[in-house]
Design a protein around this ligand. Structure first.
Ligand SMILES: [Zn+2]
Length: 511
């Protein structure tokens, strides 16, 4: 048994700050429930003062999610801290996470305050947070670029003020592993009351070193690691949760540390976060990438067949990677369908199950073999919580090398089908324009479009993710079909439905 390392997940806070990522309250709640299943120690649910949406998400998570500590971020000022507490107060185990920068570069240019003033603000913030809850985390933003003497002085003072966790971030991803390890060791040596707190690190991946730096810190006495699923986060992201956890697990004999993570939930969590954030996982990503457990070279394949350990240091089943066997086909019944979904970890309500099963039958007519990954795609893409105000009734496109691409789209709303036709640069563009004509939302801007094949083969299921901008806000839509134009149209309709769901039907009149 090794010493415990606490896993602090910031997917919903720092991860949600990834460029292009935006999650609504329902989606955040769904991720938070999954993080609880993964058994992280702390869920940083958001930054309540940042927006009413952030506040609502933290509040719902605090109300509903049990198990992990629920943390909320607050700058070192009374308004932020009060707001964080307001959102957190119904949590079973609330934590206020307050922060202020300690590096001279931030003090001079951003805060325009002296070191003494910042020290005072830090102490006052911790005391105020402490008046609400026992569990208070303090972060010294840009700690790694701070003067070490001053940083140690701040850390000592906030511990005296009642902080229970002190976090040392490498906010800009500047550190290298050996150096960062030494930095943590030095803080341990110099701060007299350091043993009273959980010492935490928060590393960014600007030089691709976030995981390495975090592990170096653990070797030097850090007992909490802040990380995000799939390495999401500001700029190049945070340390990837799954990599930290699997490094500590696989090299247990070396690190002599333990986490409480339920490894079997890693794959599912990764997929869920990728789907809901619209951030695909690169195929060669460690642990959760599509290729992470595939062996291409004949020599490697031969080795693995003879003895797995020749080329595999981890067993893919350990992280809950479903085996891509053919499981269901067009003659499979509802019972088999429900059973298989349950095995994959999806327990659907009756209504959701009906919808998923209908979608499965439809797909089975067009595709001979339905794999686990197809099933996951159906559940994650089709069974969304956004009401489907508009639904695709039919779609007709004509395109080719010598004609102007045209699309005719029929959308159903409250039982009535409306049809429009439009021309465009391509069939997808034409179809999107036809949809805009029907909804009347004219200032919707498509900012990103991506297509990926969920499964192999000519009848592969295509998944389209679109990002649209509306009045400065981003909405992500997803669609799934063996026909990529249909998948595109479904993704666009999904995004439109989200815009309407979030902003109200009044925008339809506004156009
Ligand atoms: Zn960060």
């Amino acid at each position: 048994m090794g010493e415990r390392v606490y896993i602090f997940d910031t997917t919903l806070r720092d991860g949600e700050q990834s460029p292009g990522v935006t999650l609504n309250v329902q989606e955040k709640l769904e991720i938070a429930h999954q993080l609880a299943k993964l058994n992280v120690d702390v869920i940083e649910a958001g930054f309540p003062v940042a927006s009413p949406g952030d506040f609502a998400a933290v509040q719902e998570i605090a109300r509903q999610v049990r198990g992990p500590v629920i943390a909320a971020l607050a700058r070192a000022n009374p308004e932020d801290i009060d707001r964080a507490w307001e959102a957190l107060k119904e949590a079973e185990r609330p934590r206020i996470h307050t922060f202020i920068a300690t590096s001279d570069i931030h003090l001079k240019h951003k805060l325009r305050k002296s070191r003494d003033e910042v020290l005072e603000l830090a102490v006052a913030a911790v005391k105020r947070a402490k008046s609400y809850t026992e569990d208070v985390e303090f972060s010294a933003e840009d700690a790694f670029r701070s003067d070490l003497d001053y940083l140690c002085q701040v850390v000592e003072a906030v511990i005296d003020a009642g902080a229970t966790v002190v976090n040392i971030p490498d906010t800009v991803g500047y550190a290298t592993p050996f150096e960062f390890g030494e930095f943590i060791a030095e803080i341990r040596r110099r701060v007299r009351n350091i043993d009273k707190v959980v010492l935490s690190v928060h590393c960014h991946n600007d030089l691709g070193l976030a995981v390495a730096n975090s592990l170096a810190a653990v070797e030097n006495g850090a007992t909490q690691v802040e990380c995000a699923v799939n390495g999401l986060g500001e700029r190049a992201g945070n340390a990837a949760l799954e990599e930290i956890v699997m490094a500590l697990y696989t090299r247990k004999a070396y690190f002599k540390k333990e986490t409480a993570i339920n490894l079997k939930e890693i794959y599912r969590t990764s997929k869920l976060v990728s789907t809901l954030t619209g951030m695909p996982i690169q195929p060669n990503k460690a642990i959760v990438g599509k290729n992470a457990f595939l062996h291409e070279s004949g020599i490697h394949q031969d080795g693995v067949l003879k003895e797995r350990a020749t080329y595999e240091i981890m067993n893919p089943e350990l992280i809950g990677l479903p085996q891509s066997n053919i499981v269901l086909g067009k003659h499979s019944g509802r019972h088999a369908f429900r059973e298989r979904l349950a095995e994959l970890g999806y327990i659907l309500q009756d209504e959701e199950l009906d919808k998923a099963f209908a979608r499965f039958k439809e797909l089975a007519d067009r595709k001979k073999e339905i794999t686990d990954r197809d099933l996951e795609a159906i559940v994650k893409n089709e069974i969304r919580l956004v009401p489907e105000l508009y639904q695709l009734a039919y779609l007709h496109v004509s395109s080719g090398t010598t004609i102007v691409p045209t699309a005719t789209v029929g959308l159903q709303r409250n039982g009535t089908v409306t049809e429009e036709a439009a021309c465009g640069d391509g069939p997808v563009d034409a179809a999107f324009k036809a949809i805009d004509k029907i909804t009347g939302i004219s200032n919707l801007k498509l900012s990103d479009y991506s297509l990926s094949a969920i499964t192999g083969g000519k009848d592969a299921l295509g998944e389209v993710t679109v990002r649209v901008e509306y009045e400065g806000r981003t909405f992500i839509g997803r669609g799934l079909s063996t026909d990529i134009i249909e998948a595109s149209v479904k993704a666009y309709i999904n995004a439109v439905n989200k815009v309407i769901y979030e902003l109200g039907e009044e925008i339809l009149k506004k156009g």
